[in-house]
Design a protein around this ligand. Structure first.
Ligand SMILES: [Fe+2]
Ligand SMILES: [Fe+2]
Length: 181
């Protein structure tokens, strides 16, 4: 069963789609792929943590300790798993974009970065966390630079708040730093 999308989440997805299209166009990417990934990225975001964890275990997905403590982090990997199981999406770029949209991934395709960045600069998120405006600014010139700016902001916030470091987010941040240095 798929959870129904609460109106707030459906509106977020609409905003991400609306942002991802122009980003893809601006950077010369495959717009259709980008839009499909944006539309699908939060398919399972409305599932409660316990359900995400149970489904991830049933599906045999690898679960790291940070995900076990914060199962919301599994909604990307599990969403991609669901899209495959239902045979709704076969395009690997779209699936990877959905799978890792919370952390990014060192091997992400440009279309996946467009979705990642669009998700982070949803105006409602920027309103709650104004520092994200810088991510939107970087996205004009480079999606990877924008993604790195987001990951740096989030890591700094995590250190301030005492959140445990999320290994994949850290790996992505290191890879982008190296690539963009
Ligand atoms: Fe999400
Ligand atoms: Fe999202």
């Amino acid at each position: 069963m798929l959870p129904e999308l609460p109106p707030g989440l459906a509106a977020h997805i609409d905003r991400v789609v609306a942002l991802a299209g122009p980003l893809a166009q601006r950077h010369g990417l495959d717009v259709a792929r980008t839009l499909l990934a944006a539309q699908a990225h939060d398919l399972l975001r409305a599932l409660p943590g316990a359900a995400l964890l149970a489904r991830a275990e049933a599906a045999g997905l690898p679960i790291d300790p940070v995900e076990r403590a914060e199962p919301m982090l599994l909604h990307g990997p599990l969403g991609a798993h669901e899209l495959v199981a239902r045979e709704w999406v076969t395009d690997a770029v779209v699936l990877e974009a959905v799978r890792w949209h919370t952390t990014g991934h060192p091997d992400y395709a440009p279309e996946a970065w467009a979705v990642f960045v669009a998700d982070k600069v949803d105006p409602h998120k920027v309103e709650r966390w104004p520092a994200l405006a810088a991510v939107a600014e970087f996205a004009e010139s480079s999606l990877e630079l924008a993604a790195l700016a987001y990951l740096e902001l989030n890591a700094a916030r995590g250190r301030r708040e005492g959140w445990p470091a999320y290994p994949l987010a850290e790996a992505t941040r290191r890879a982008l730093r190296q690539r963009l240095a």
